[in-house]
Design a protein around this ligand. Structure first.
Ligand SMILES: Cc1cc2nc3c(=O)[nH]c(=O)nc-3n(C[C@H](O)[C@H](O)[C@H](O)COP(=O)(O)O)c2cc1C
Length: 162
């Protein structure tokens, strides 16, 4: 009996210790980065920045210009901007994935990341989070679920400052 209680106590103690969380994010101008840092602190999680091989300039981010890099990328669903470095997600049980809302959904670099990670993500719970000018995260959530139906999507978080 004593042994059984000890085993149960150990199991209960092990659970939170083993639960490892990763907060991965892309941020072009720093807003999502700040939200990701806060989230990582709250969840005692490892932080990982998804960096584009080629950084976005202010010109690249001009959504009013149909010829800007971001407009060209968002106009083409197949665009997959290159990522600087791979992420090792194997040690993590839960993954937060953060991004700024672009054209109502996630920037294409998030597709690049998910395409690379899809198999490794398996059935790990994934929580999308975003910052935006005013849009909600619902359209991005629906887009992600539709395009990556095998992944274990959880309810998303919009982390705009109030
Ligand atoms: C190309 C581009 C498209 C955007 N599209 C939207 C949008 O559809 N809805 C919205 O509310 N904000 C939009 N924004 C604003 C960003 O989502 C917002 O400023 C975000 O917090 C920026 O995050 P970051 O600093 O981490 O890059 C857009 C910004 C850019 C650069």
């Amino acid at each position: 009996m004593k042994r059984m209680i000890l085993a149960l106590v150990c199991a209960a103690m092990m659970m939170p210790m083993n639960a490892k969380t990763l907060v991965a994010y892309f941020s072009a101008t720093g807003t999502t980065k700040a939200a990701a840092e806060k989230l990582a602190k709250q969840h005692d999680a490892r932080l990982w920045e998804i960096e584009p091989a080629e950084k976005y300039t202010a010109e690249d981010l001009d959504w009013r210009n149909p010829k800007s890099r971001s407009s060209i990328e968002m106009n083409d669903p197949e665009e997959r901007p290159m990522i600087k470095q791979c992420t090792d997600i194997t040690p993590y049980d839960t993954i937060y994935i953060g991004f700024p809302i672009w054209w109502g959904i996630c920037p294409r670099i998030i597709n690049s990341w998910l395409d690379n990670m899809e198999i490794m993500l398996g059935d790990k719970p994934i929580i999308p989070f975003a910052t935006s000018g005013s849009s909600g995260i619902e359209e991005a959530e629906a887009y992600l679920k539709k395009n990556y139906p095998s992944l274990n999507w959880q309810k998303g978080l919009l982390l705009n400052k109030r």
